[in-house]
Design a protein around this ligand. Sequence first.
Ligand code: AP5
Length: 220
Amino acid sequence: MISDVVLLGGPGAGKGTQAQILQKRFGYRQMSTGDLLRDHRARGTELGVAAQGYMQRGELVPDDLIVKMVEGELSADTAVLFDGFPRTVAQARALDAMLQARGRGLPSAVYFEVSRPELESRLLGRWTNPRNGRIYNERTNPPRTPGIDDEDGGPLVQREDDKPDTVGKRLDVFEAQTMPLVGFYRDGAASRLVRIDASRPVDDVTHDLLHALQMEHAHE
Ligand code: AP5
């Protein structure tokens, strides 16, 4: 049986890249709060309008808005890979309560360790397909033709919050507000935290992640 997992790591650590791989191969559901918020913004919902300024400045969207959004997205049985959520201790407590209220176990957490200079470099070279969320990197995982998606042939875009100033702010916010979650998941009655070296190539990180989730035998 697979259970819910929190992917914890700085902006650019590779959470989305790995979540897409595990979703495709193992039937997890990736729940990226960043992608959900970008979708709300594209549709011009009340939440999207409220979130816009925070996201453009590289700040966190307030906890109450995020928790309400996640609560609305939790469905019955599929095990979820939480990508970019929780990001504060208040969100982590709310997630535990939401899952317990639904009769599910507490999630485990995998912390993607990557140095700050590597995170900066990855974010500044990231390109994504806005139609399906597919992620590339001009240095480490380039598309066959620059700026064009390998699968649908449409244009790739750079995220507005991947500009140098905003990247610096996002990294500061991660260190101040999200790093305390390492202690939150490590220091309970039983540790729920596994660390992986996510500075290695994508396939190696996938291998270590599957090992952390004790799914290495299910590897294709
Ligand atoms: P969000 O969209 O969640 O951004 P993030 O956490 O900053 O994470 P990223 O998507 O930037 O990075 P990632 O770890 O997924 O890396 P990726 O796989 O793309 O959040 C955006 C904003 O929304 C926030 O700033 C905030 O305002 C708001 N928000 C979202 N959730 C919130 C919450 N819970 N509470 C409050 N506010 C919230 O990889 C990065 C690059 O590296 C890619 O180019 C990739 O190809 C490359 N790469 C990946 N793995 C490797 C590898 N192993 N080796 C080399 N390159 C690699």
